[in-house]
Design a protein around this ligand. Structure first.
Ligand code: FES
Length: 136
């Protein structure tokens, strides 16, 4: 369940409830301005089935996307340094272990050893200058 969000970014981040109308169905992950298009992502943890699971959020094409931080090839975290999820061109998400490439907007494999698989997507949206994660 995505209700509990624990941020594990390099910087400490404040976590607060979602905006009015959404309330406890969402949790703020970061400020919209914290995510540059094709730039560094933000790592955070969610609770799923009683376990703490790493996840991340990035911006691409002006929109925000979040996924579990788990490669579809082998269950390894993708980033080669905390928050470094994009390839050199800022076009694809890339796994640092064997170079699998993923489409940022869908998580679908676009090259490398993840053939036919995809990242596990999380439901996020922006409102009032913040980015929110919806509960499962
Ligand atoms: S673990 Fe990600 S490409 Fe192999």
């Amino acid at each position: 369940m995505a209700g509990k969000v624990r941020l594990n970014t390099v910087r400490d981040r404040h976590c607060d409830p979602g905006p009015p109308g959404v309330g406890n169905d969402a949790r703020a992950i970061c400020a919209s301005g914290d995510l540059a298009d094709g730039g560094d992502g933000i790592r955070f943890d969610i609770e799923r089935k009683g376990e703490t699971v790493p996840a991340f959020i990035v911006r691409h094409g002006g929109k925000v996307y979040a996924y579990l931080n788990r490669c579809a090839h082998i269950a390894m975290e993708l980033d080669w340094k905390p928050g470094k999820f994009f390839d050199a061109e800022g076009e694809y998400l890339i796994c640092s272990t064997h170079g699998a490439l993923y489409a940022p907007e869908s998580g679908a494999c676009r090259g490398g050893p993840c053939r036919g698989a995809a990242l596990s997507r999380l439901d996020v949206y922006e409102a009032d200058g913040k980015v929110y994660l919806m509960k499962d």
